[in-house]
Design a protein around this ligand. Structure first.
Ligand code: URA
Ligand code: SF4
Length: 218
């Protein structure tokens, strides 16, 4: 494939609307050209969920299904996330929003399929103003970073999900911040036993959320 020079400004900040309301942000993000990723994706996949959600889940970037649907976490990884949260009694409908550090699908062709390509530091930095704006508006009580990309971006570059998953850590985005595995990593487990064990750990990490919400409501 020939590389194509795509005009991009270098930052989503160039596209932020004056009015920081979710609808205005979403509409503005649809036209973002802050980094080159917009050109090969179908659409911007902005965060989704109730404005009054108390929990925010941040992943890495939309996948193939999300790119086509225009909504985050609607594909296989989203189903894993939903199952885990259901097991913990946390409903997508009123309790949490899903979003991503990078809002366009980055992919490489593999035959007829489009497979996930990791977003780089420039793309992550360029896109961060959208997530910051979402956090500003929603002001979640709990922010969960799903996987290393979200964790390193939002908690710190030295954060290690393998060692620090499930712990509450300090970060400026929310009163309670933690990171855990990415649901896609659970799907990639080499066998059923590992997948089940990984899912149990994931559910156990997220089980720490309801008590925090209950304490805030009390
Ligand atoms: N993986 C992510 O990180 N985000 C999505 O929205 C879907 C899959
Ligand atoms: Fe803008 Fe983010 Fe898409 Fe890049 S990935 S074009 S910064 S919305």
């Amino acid at each position: 494939m020939t590389a194509r020079r795509v005009p991009a400004t270098g930052s989503a900040a160039d596209f932020l609307p004056e009015r920081r309301m979710l609808a205005a942000l979403r509409a503005a993000a649809a036209g973002c050209r802050g980094c080159p990723l917009w050109a090969r994706a179908t659409q911007t996949v902005f965060g989704e969920g109730p404005r009054r959600a108390r929990v925010m889940m941040a992943g890495e970037q939309p996948g193939h299904d999300e790119d086509l649907a225009g909504k985050p976490f609607v594909g296989p990884a989203g189903r894993v996330l939903d199952r885990a949260l259901e097991a913990d009694g946390i409903a997508r409908t009123d309790v949490y929003v899903t979003t991503n550090v990078v809002k366009h699908f980055k992919w490489e062709p593999n035959g007829k399929r489009r497979i996930h390509a990791t977003s780089d530091r420039m793309e992550i930095a360029a896109c961060l103003p959208w997530l910051e704006a979402e956090l500003d508006v929603i002001e979640p009580v709990v922010l969960v970073c799903l996987g290393a990309t979200a964790a390193r971006t939002l908690i710190g570059p030295r954060f290690r999900v393998t060692r620090q998953r499930g712990e509450w850590v300090r970060a400026r985005w929310a009163p309670h911040v933690m990171a855990t595995a990415h649901p896609s990593a659970i799907l990639r487990a080499p066998d059923d036993a590992t997948r089940r064990a990984e899912m149990e750990r994931f559910v156990a990490d997220l089980k720490r959320i309801p008590p925090v919400l209950a304490a805030r409501a009390a």
